[in-house]
Design a protein around this ligand. Sequence first.
Ligand SMILES: Nc1nc2c(c(=O)[nH]1)N[C@H]1C(S)=C(S)[C@@H](COP(=O)(O)OP(=O)(O)OC[C@H]3O[C@@H](n4cnc5c(=O)[nH]c(N)nc54)[C@H](O)[C@@H]3O)O[C@H]1N2
Ligand SMILES: Nc1nc2c(c(=O)[nH]1)N[C@H]1C(S)=C(S)[C@@H](COP(=O)(O)OP(=O)(O)OC[C@H]3O[C@@H](n4cnc5c(=O)[nH]c(N)nc54)[C@H](O)[C@@H]3O)O[C@H]1N2
Ligand code: SF4
Ligand SMILES: [Mo]
Length: 884
Amino acid sequence: MSDAIRTACPYCGVGCGVLATPDGRGGAAIAGDPAHPANFGRLCSKGSALGETLSLDDRLLTPRIGGREATWDAALELTARRFREAIEEHGPESVALYVSGQLLTEDYYVANKLMKGYVGSANIDTNSRLCMASAVAAYRRAFGTDTVPTCYEDLEQADLVVLVGSNLAWCHPVIYQRLAAAKAARPEMRVVTIDPRRTATSDLADLHLGVRPGADAALFNALLARIEADGAVDCEYVSNHTEGLPAALREARGWDVARTAEATGLAPADVEAFLSLWVRREKVVTLWSQGINQSSSGADKGNAIINCHLATGRIGRPGMGPFSMTGQPNAMGGREVGGLANMLAAHLDLEVPEHRAAVQGFWASPAMAERPGLKAVDLFRACAEGRIKALWIMSTNPVVSMPDADAVRDAIRAVPFVAVSEVVASSDTGNEADVLFPAAAWGEKSGTVTNSERRITRQRAFLPPPGQARPDWKIVCDVASRMGFADAFAFESAADVFREHAALSRLAGALGRDFDISARADVADAAYDAMEPFQWPAGPEGGKARFFADGRFYTPSGRARFVAVTPRAPASRLSERFPLRFNTGRVRDHWHTLTRTAKSPRLSQHIAEPYLEIHPADARRCGLAPADVARVRSREGEALLRVLVTSRTPEGAVFAPMHWTGELSSAGRVDAVVRAEVDPVSGQPELKGSAVRVEKFEAGWHGFAICRARPDCGAADYWAVARATGGWRAELAGREAPDDWTAFARALFGLAETEGDAMVVEDRGRGAARVALFAGGRLVGALFAAREPVEVARGHLAGLLAAAETPPDLLAGRPGADRPDPGAIVCSCFSVGVNTIQAAIAEQGLADVAAIGAALGAGSNCGSCRPELQALLDKARGARTLAA
Ligand SMILES: Nc1nc2c(c(=O)[nH]1)N[C@H]1C(S)=C(S)[C@@H](COP(=O)(O)OP(=O)(O)OC[C@H]3O[C@@H](n4cnc5c(=O)[nH]c(N)nc54)[C@H](O)[C@@H]3O)O[C@H]1N2
Ligand SMILES: Nc1nc2c(c(=O)[nH]1)N[C@H]1C(S)=C(S)[C@@H](COP(=O)(O)OP(=O)(O)OC[C@H]3O[C@@H](n4cnc5c(=O)[nH]c(N)nc54)[C@H](O)[C@@H]3O)O[C@H]1N2
Ligand code: SF4
Ligand SMILES: [Mo]
C-alpha cells in the first residue's frame, strides 16, 4: 500500500496506528498499521469502521451565526469582540473555554496559551475532567507529577493483571486482545476483574469480584494491610524512596477480610483469594479506569491502588505498576499542555510561582493566570449563575455528557455569548451556539496525539478539509489574533505549534519535571511530517519506557507519598424514593455522543437503542418485564430506556450506556439523571453512582420501523433511531395507540396524507398493526406496532432496505423458512448474528473462537466480538454439560 497515509485512530486511548488510503472520491480504505507499536496492525470494530464515518452529509461546512451561514470574518470578529468586551467589562474570569481530550496536542496548546497566558485566567477546563482527573490527582499526590509509570508491554509481561472498573474488552479492545493473547501464551498468568457488573472483560478473568458500587477503596486498604501482615513490604524501597506509609497503614489495618467482605459485598473467600494472589505475584499490574475515576472519592481510590504498588516497590520495572488507562485519544496530550484548569503547560504547576514565571517568560505573556480556574462542574454552575459572559466549547458535547445535563443545557443558554467548534451541523450542544465554527475532522487534521503509554503519534491528514472547515488550532489562533494577540499566535502550521510546545517542555526538564520532549524542539517540517511514534520523555537524556524504578520522584522531598485513605460511600444516598445505584458507561461499537459511530450502519447494528440493564429481582420489584420501556428518575431529571433484564448487573444497581443524545432519542440522555457530585480533590463528577428510581413507562403501544429517510418520530412518546444500510430503523412506544395506523405511518415516513400505496395487516382486537408504504413500487417504510414490545426479526428487516427487491411477505416481520433469522448481530464486521453462531456451534460442533471464525468469519477480522463469541461457546458448553 504505497499510497497509504499513516495516521492515528481518533477514538480510544490505546492510540492505534491506522493506514488510510484515500479512494479519490472523499472516502478511504482503512487498515491497521502493522508498524505501530500500540496495535501492530490490529484495529477494533470502531477503528475498522472509520471509513464509514467520512461522508459529508451531516458535516458543518460553513461558519454560522445565530443558525445562519456566515463568513469566517464575521464569525471570528464577533467571537473576538464578545470575548474582548466581556474581559474589559467583567474581567478575565468572566470568560471560559471548555475543551476536549479529542483535540490534537497542537489545538490544545494554543487554546491553553490563549487562556492562561493572554486572557490571564485559568478558566479552561476539559471533558477530561469527567474522564481521568481523579487519576491525574492521584498520580500528582503520589509522585509529585502526573506521570503514568507503566507501558503496554507491562500488561503482557505481568504474572497478574488486575482490571479495576475497566471494561477493557469493549473500551480498549486492542489492548484487551494483546492481554488475552499474552494470557493464552502464558496460561499461568492470572487476570482479576473488579466491577459490580459481569462484563465481556470479566469473561477473561480467573477471578471476578462483583464489588458493591463505590466500595473499591476498602478492598485496596485491605490489600495494603495484608501486604504488611505478610511481610511483603519492600522495606528498602519504602525507607529510601517514600514517605507516609505509617499513616496509610493506620487507615488500612482495620480492613481485615471479614470487614472488607462486609463493606464490598464480596464473599470472604473471594477477598482472601484476591489478597493472597496479589501479594504472592510480584509482577502485577493494577489497571484502572472509569469505575474508579468517576467517583466522588476517585482520587483516594487511585491512591489506595498506588499505595500497594509503592509498598511493595512494584513500580517502574517490567510487568508491574499502577496503570491508569486513559479514555480519549489525546487525554494524555491535554495533560501535557496543561489543558486542565488546575495545571500549567508541560506538567508544570499553576500554584508554583517559579513555574508560572518561567512559562510567562517563555510566552512573553502580558497577563498570566495566577490561580486555578473553574473545573467543569463549577464552570457550568458559574454559567448558570451569570458569572460567565462568553463561553467557547470545542470538540465536546456537554449537553449530553455532563452530569445534570438538563441544567448544563440551561446554563449554556444563560451565557450571553456561546461559540462552539464542531464537525457536525447538528448536535445537542452545537444547536445552542451563537457562533458555530466548522472544524476540520479526523482525516483532515494534522498534529499529534499521546496515548495511554505516553506514546506520541502523528495524526496526518489524508483528505482536504471540506467546505470552509479549518483545523481547530487555526480557529483558536484566528480568534486570538483578533483579540489583539496576533504576534503570539502567528503559527503557520501544526508543526510550528508543536515546535513551540516541545521548546516549552525544556523548562519542565530544567525545573526537574518529567515532561520533556525538548529534543524535538527544532524538528523541521519534513521531519515533523515523517515523525515516528515515540514515547516521552524525549529530553537530553533520551526516552524511557517506564518511570520510578530508580525511586526518584517529583515531590519536593524527591520521595513518593503514600496517601492515607478512608473509604467513602458514593455521595448520593440511597433512600426509599431513590433506592438504586445508577451505573453508566460504554458499549462496544459506539463512541460517546454518537456523532461519528452512529453514522455507520455496521456499528449501529450491535446495539441500536438506549437501554437499562437491571437485575431480575429489581425488575420484578419495579414491575418491569424484558423489553418494556423504563423511566429512570432522580431529583435532577429522567430518561426513558429499553429494559434489559440480566443478572450480569447486581441487585441494587442498574446500568445504562452514556451514548444516546437528544438527536437520536426522545429521552436517552442518561446524564439528565446523573447528579453532579464531585470528588473534592480532583473535581471529577461521580458519573457512576447516582441514586435513582426506576419505574415502568406505561406504554399503550410499541413499534419498530424501517424506512429510507430519517423518520419523524415526534408523535411517539418514546423513540430511538439508528442508521441501517440504505436507511434508518426506529424503536417507538407511546401511551395511547393512534386510531389510524396508516396515517401514523405516513407521518412517520414523511409522506403527505394520501401519498404512497399502503399494504396493511391489522388485528384491532389485539391492538396490532403492520403497515408498509410504497412509492412508485419502491418501499418507503414499514411499521410494526403492537400492544406489547414488538417481536420481529430486526436485523432481517433492517437488511431489507439494502435489498434489490422487497419480499412479498415483508409484513411477516421475519425471513421465510428458507432463510433463517440471524438474530442480534454479534460480529459487526461480517454482520453475523447470535442465532447463526449458536446454530453453527451446535450443528458443526465448533469448539473455539478460531473454529467459529473459520466457519462463519465472525471474530476473524477486528476481533472485538471475540469475548462475546467465547461467552456463546461457554453457554453452549454449559448446556451440553447439563444435557449430559
Ligand atoms: N467502545 C467505546 N470505547 C471507548 C469509549 C467509548 O465511548 N466507546 N470511550 C473512551 C473513553 S473517553 C473512556 S474514558 C474509556 C472508559 O473505559 P472504561 O472505564 O473501561 O468504561 P466504562 O464503561 O465507562 O466503565 C468501566 C466499568 O466500570 C464499572 N464500574 C461502575 N462502578 C464501579 C465501581 O464502583 N467499582 C468498580 N470497580 N467498577 C465500577 C462499570 O460497571 C463498567 O463496566 O473508554 C474509551 N473507549
Ligand atoms: N453518565 C456518564 N457520562 C459521561 C461518562 C460516563 O461514563 N457516564 N463518561 C465521560 C467521559 S469519560 C467522557 S471522555 C465524556 C465524553 O463526552 P463528549 O466529549 O461530550 O463526547 P463526544 O461525542 O466525543 O464529543 C465530541 C464532540 O466533538 C465533535 N468533534 C469530533 N471531532 C472534532 C474535531 O476534530 N474538532 C471539533 N471541534 N469537534 C469535533 C463531535 O462531533 C462531538 O460533538 O463523557 C463523559 N460523560
Ligand atoms: S482500540 Fe479501537 S478505538 Fe481504540 S485506538 Fe485502537 S482501533 Fe481505535
Ligand atoms: Mo473519557
